[in-house]
Write a protein that binds this ligand. Structure first.
Ligand SMILES: NC(=O)c1ccc[n+]([C@@H]2O[C@H](COP(=O)([O-])OP(=O)(O)OC[C@H]3O[C@@H](n4cnc5c(N)ncnc54)[C@H](O)[C@@H]3O)[C@@H](O)[C@H]2O)c1
Length: 383
């Protein structure tokens, strides 16, 4: 068995996503499971190079995991021959500049979403990466979640008949930061720092809708900043200038209508933090992060509207659980493995910068719809 080591810059590794999902749950987990095996017997072995701004935090984090390769100097890390991949999990605003530097250094690039702050910049990155011949990828983790994988299985198996509509409900209460600390970084609530729920969540909704149901052809969106003042990590009050909720309708190729509510100012009365209800002529499903329940046409009850009577049926009990039927690994890790196979063995990987740019485009047009108060068509982006 040959081991193929591959140096990977992990920039923004001290952040929530960089540390937990990408370093610990993906790259270190891949090492713990023996690397990524290729068909020819080779094993891909990730060698993380931790990059960040704060020496103390980096050293402490590296020591915690027995790692020694870390630096605050991105330029010197990019100059190393043993580093082949640049990965970015920094705050969104810092991403474009760093990715441009990585393209110039000839590295393959994988990044958190959103790829850039606007469509023009995202497309430009896609074109520059293409011209440089580097292999790109953008995180689309929700596609690899058990709940959505089961939903995809139902679609592929023809369970729904003709799909009519999708209703998505995402959100939870993010504390304001005064009497309880907020559970998300404060930059998320400042437009001037790249925050906002549309920019954060629409790239996810884009790939979920496109991969499962069809291309998004138009968007109508209303946004709100329900909580106008919050308190930051240092205990200082600040003006929340970004949207913290978005109520959107997406029209899809083939006539499916999708409505998705996204909010950081909602209290959860659901089974999971995100749930999608899909209704089709033959059956319906509710998919969350992990679970998926179905109701077939043949077992659909016939409720009759009569507000004078109490509900006579237990509607929730009328749905059946879709079994796992396979082992589901962490979604971020599964996508990392696919990206590493793409870089090392040339296996197909369709979640590239152009796909990422389409997600940025949907966020941009969603915000335009909210600003102008109307429906906005979504033109097809090409490289
Ligand atoms: N795929 C997902 O489900 C998902 C979920 C949350 C966030 N994200 C994305 O991941 C990225 C990071 O989000 P996060 O929640 O981990 O944020 P975070 O604030 O926890 O981490 C941000 C990282 O960027 C670094 N950074 C570099 N330059 C900075 C600067 N000038 N100001 C502040 N920080 C700077 C920080 O040190 C830190 O390591 C964002 O682009 C976000 O959109 C993705």
């Amino acid at each position: 068995m040959t081991r193929r080591s591959i140096g990977i810059i992990v920039n923004g590794v001290t952040g929530r996503m960089g540390y937990r999902q990408h370093l610990v749950r993906s790259l270190l987990a891949i090492r713990e499971s023996g690397g990524v095996a290729l068909a020819d017997g080779t094993t891909i072995w990730p060698e993380p190079v931790l990059v960040g701004r704060n020496e103390t935090k980096l050293r402490e984090l590296a020591e915690r995991h027995g790692l020694t390769d870390w630096t605050t100097d991105l330029t010197s890390a990019l100059a190393r021959d043993d580093v082949e991949i640049y990965f970015d999990a920094q705050v969104t605003q810092q991403r474009e500049k760093a990715i441009r530097q990585a393209i110039e250094a000839g590295k393959h690039i994988y990044t958190e979403k959103p790829l850039a702050e606007d469509t023009a910049a995202a497309l430009d990155l896609a074109r520059a990466a293409d011209a440089a011949g580097v292999r790109t990828g953008v995180v689309q983790d929700k596609l690899f979640l058990p709940g959505l994988r089961k939903l995809k299985r139902l679609i592929d198996g023809g369970f729904f008949g003709r799909i009519l509509s999708v209703r998505g409900e995402f959100g939870y209460w993010v504390f304001e930061g005064d009497w309880q600390p907020a559970q998300r970084p404060s930059w998320n609530y400042r437009a001037e720092d790249g925050g906002g729920i549309v920019v954060d969540m629409f790239p996810h909704w884009h790939y979920v809708l496109e991969e499962l149901f069809g291309r998004v052809t138009a968007v109508s969106c209303v946004t709100a900043t329900h909580v106008p003042e919050r308190v930051d990590e240092a205990g200082r009050p600040y003006a929340a200038t970004a949207d913290d909720a978005a109520y959107a309708t997406f029209e899809l190729d083939g006539g499916v209508i999708a409505q998705i509510n996204s909010s950081w100012a909602v209290r959860v009365y659901r089974d999971e933090l995100v749930e999608f209800q899909v209704d089709g002529t033959e059956g319906s499903a509710i998919a969350g992060l992990r679970n998926c329940r179905v109701q077939h046409r043949a077992v659909t009850p016939k409720p009759v509207w009569n507000p004078d009577l109490p509900a006579t049926e237990d509607f929730r009990a009328q749905w059946a659980e879709v079994p796992d039927n396979e082992d589901f690994d962490n979604g971020f890790k599964v996508q990392w493995e696919a990206y590493l196979r793409h870089v090392v063995a040339g296996e197909p990987f369709r979640w590239d910068f152009l796909a990422g740019a389409r997600g940025v485009q949907l966020a941009e047009l969603g915000l335009r719809s909210a600003r102008e108060g109307g429906r906005v068509e979504v033109p097809e982006l090409r490289s």
